[in-house]
Write a protein that binds this ligand. Structure first.
Ligand SMILES: Nc1ncnc2c1ncn2[C@@H]1O[C@H](COP(=O)(O)OP(=O)(O)O)[C@@H](O)[C@H]1O
Ligand SMILES: [Mg+2]
Length: 252
């Protein structure tokens, strides 16, 4: 279970998250929707442990462990995975080399034996085939020259291999055409399980037709202003965010 309590975060003296509360149970798929600039990516970065952000107040607990006291690699080893809105290109680092290093670093932190190269290849080939990733990509530098959709598929491939306990997908739908959206969504749905939570961040309802959430939360001005079931996403699609933009001022 991921529990976020009264999270207050600033960057360069700008308050971005403003007393955010959110609980996602193990096995739950929670969607966060909200207008541009409401702090969705900031939330995902702060959970994963990206530096630059100043946490002024609040707690983030993963199954009772205080993530804010842990380095990013320790958070990853504890099972947090973030699929970036804008995946980084890493020239000079082969995709296979990266996948092997990422997987084995995490196995080491969990006191599991390293994967042999044949075992790694087998897993990558199986997961890659499901995501319709061309094997030539695995020979290239990570994300270099990949299209937006290819980068997103590579993020989901990493997620499938790492078998995280809690997955955060930040606007994984952006830059995907309808076929890529289906492939990526199928890849995510295949990973849904009773032991794994998801936070699916999206600006549009479209993704949630494919990855049907258990709960939907509306974010505005750095906090969750409304929570509901999957029907809330449809309501937002119909009415837009106008009803929620005023919410923090009214609450204040
Ligand atoms: N590095 C930064 N420096 C200053 N302001 C930032 C920085 N990163 C994000 N912000 C601001 O924080 C707000 C929230 O951004 P973000 O979390 O990216 O929102 P969202 O993902 O919901 O569109 C925006 O107003 C943005 O300009
Ligand atoms: Mg964002």
């Amino acid at each position: 279970m991921l529990e976020i309590k009264n999270l207050v975060v600033q960057i360069e003296d700008n308050r971005i998250l403003n007393g955010l509360d959110l609980t996602v149970s193990t096995g739950e798929v929670a969607a966060i929707m909200g207008p541009n600039g409401s702090g969705k990516s900031t939330l995902s970065y702060v959970i994963a442990g990206k530096s630059d952000y100043e946490v002024l107040d609040g707690e983030i607990l993963l199954d009772g462990q205080n993530l804010l006291e842990m380095e990013p690699d320790a958070r990853a080893a504890a099972g947090i995975f973030l699929a970036f809105q804008y995946p980084l290109e890493i020239p000079g680092v082969g995709t296979m080399t990266f996948l092997k290093a990422a997987l084995n670093a995490q196995r080491k932190a969990r006191s599991e034996p390293e994967l042999t190269t044949p075992e790694l290849m087998k897993r990558v080939n199986e997961a890659g085939a499901r995501l319709e990733i061309n094997r030539d990509f695995l020979k290239r530098a990570l994300n270099v020259g990949f299209s937006g959709g290819e980068k997103k598929r590579m993020e989901i491939l990493q997620m499938a291999l790492l078998e995280p306990r809690f997955c955060i997908l930040d606007e994984t739908d952006s830059g995907l055409d309808i076929d890529a959206l289906r492939i990526v969504s199928d890849g995510v749905n295949a990973l849904r399980s009773a032991g794994r939570g998801f936070l699916v961040i999206t600006h549009y309802q479209r993704l949630l037709n494919h990855i049907v959430p258990d709960t939907v939360h509306v974010m505005s001005a750095g906090r969750i202003v409304k929570s509901g079931g999957k029907e809330l996403a449809l309501e937002l699609e119909a009415n837009g965010y106008a009803d929620y933009r005023r919410a923090p001022a009214e609450a204040a």
